[in-house]
Design a protein around this ligand. Structure first.
Ligand SMILES: [Zn+2]
Length: 426
């Protein structure tokens, strides 16, 4: 396969295999699979997407390789990432990781924060991520150093969003809640309000303050909510009830939601039907949930710890998969590659039809932002940003798919070549 010239804008891509979820109704099939597509670019935007026609010599030919729109990383922690070498928790589980992390904060100088966060952004960009949302810990009402230092981390081609992640207890004081929301609102675009909501700090009054302060400052929310397996975790049930009685102008993402898997089926159905009706997005984080839930030294975990993704899909809840922590006290591994997250979910959640249906879980920016006015990714007029997977096939993807070409705004920006011997064998 000849590669596009990184120095020259591309006219487009011929013969690329796009996933079924992305294609318009009526797209032709061959042997049950969508036929490949020709994508024409114009000034870094998509001009057209049409079924493949041979002999379009002005387009770069992908020879049927799988292709996706730019990938989405909806849930990272760039302030904590790459601290594992100096910060290892003494025992397993979420609360021990939180304690260890607090001890690492003494090292969080401006240089330390910027260097680690920039590394995470660079890895994500090389993997094909075009939109990354990071949570940043707040410890009181004053924006932390990381909030400011990470504001202008610039990685070309990647839109960065910041979520102020404060413990729910801070919102118990109505004035403190308002000060945090105001500081976030005055931090510019791509900033959201967040909170850590867990049965260990449950406080419905603080929840009300959190919701009202977000509304007052017209902020969207991304909540760490019910990251536990307690059948009496309150967060999502409370939120569903609140949203049936109050209007909320922004968009809401709920990250984790593990406890949905511990309560009754009826309770889960009730919560999911409200989330679907209110267009609340659920973000599952399979890697850290598998690592941190039901974690006891010397004992094999019995539960998977992951939210009810299939039931949420059936209910029509917008869904995404995120990496969560990467190489810190919460998770020693991680790569900022959404394909690794999807691979983990494939096994943990027993996903099928992974390329044609479930790849949407790592590409759906509209599910993250709540802005679905632009239609599906790669619609005409949207950014010509794609990831191509040479040598992969729709049955085994996302495994064996480390090789890829990343195209931002119609130009090749990153390439990772594949094992030529294996490609010859195939
Ligand atoms: Zn998180």
């Amino acid at each position: 396969m000849n590669l596009p010239d990184p120095a020259t804008p591309m006219n487009g891509i011929a013969n690329a295999r796009l996933p079924a979820w992305l294609l318009p109704a009526g797209w032709p099939l061959q042997a049950g699979e969508p036929v490949t597509a020709d994508l024409r670019f114009d000034a870094g935007k998509i001009a057209s997407v049409t079924p493949y026609q041979p002999d379009q010599n002005d387009l770069w030919n992908a020879h049927g390789a799988l292709a996706l729109p730019g990938l989405t990383e909806p849930h990272a922690h760039l302030d904590k990432t790459f601290t594992l070498h100096r910060s290892r928790p003494p025992k397993p589980g979420l609360l021990a990781a939180i304690e260890t992390l607090h001890q690492d904060r003494q090292h969080w100088t401006a240089d330390d924060l910027r260097q680690r966060a920039a590394k995470g952004m660079a890895w994500a960009a090389a993997n094909g991520v075009t939109h990354l949302r990071t949570h940043i810990d707040w410890f009181d009402v004053v924006p932390p150093l990381a909030w400011r230092e990470l504001a202008d981390i610039d990685q070309p081609g990647v839109t960065l969003e910041r979520v102020a992640l404060a413990p729910l207890s801070i919102f118990a004081d109505e004035h403190a809640a308002d000060r945090i929301a105001r500081a976030v609102a005055e931090s510019g675009e791509h900033c959201l309000l967040g909170g850590f909501i867990h049965s260990s700090n449950w406080d419905p009054t603080a929840m009300t303050h959190l919701m009202r302060s977000a509304s007052r400052w017209q902020l969207s929310l991304d909540l760490h909510i019910d990251e536990e397996l307690s059948p009496v975790a309150h967060g999502l049930s409370w939120l569903a009830h609140y949203l049936t009685e109050n209007t909320f102008s922004g968009h809401i993402c709920c990250s984790h939601g593990c406890a949905l898997a511990s309560g009754s089926e009826q309770q889960a159905r009730d919560v999911l039907s409200v989330l679907a009706a209110q267009r609340v997005t659920l973000i599952a984080l399979p890697m850290t949930n598998l690592l941190l839930q039901d974690a006891v030294t010397g004992r094999t975990p019995r539960q998977r710890g992951i939210t009810l993704l299939k039931e949420a899909q059936t209910a029509g809840v917008p869904l995404l998969l995120g990496c969560d922590n990467v190489q810190d006290a919460f998770c020693p591994a991680g790569s900022y590659d959404p394909l690794d997250t999807l691979t983990c979910a494939l096994f943990a959640l027993q996903l099928d039809n992974v390329f044609d249906r479930q790849s949407r879980l790592i590409c759906d920016v509209a599910a993250l932002t709540g802005d679905d006015q632009g239609g599906l990714p790669l619609a005409p007029g949207s950014d010509a940003s794609l990831v191509i997977f040479p040598g992969s096939d729709s049955l085994t993807w996302p495994l064996h798919s480390a090789a890829r070409l990343v195209i931002h705004h119609g130009r090749l920006t990153h390439q990772r070549t594949w094992n030529q011997e294996l490609s010859h064998e195939s």
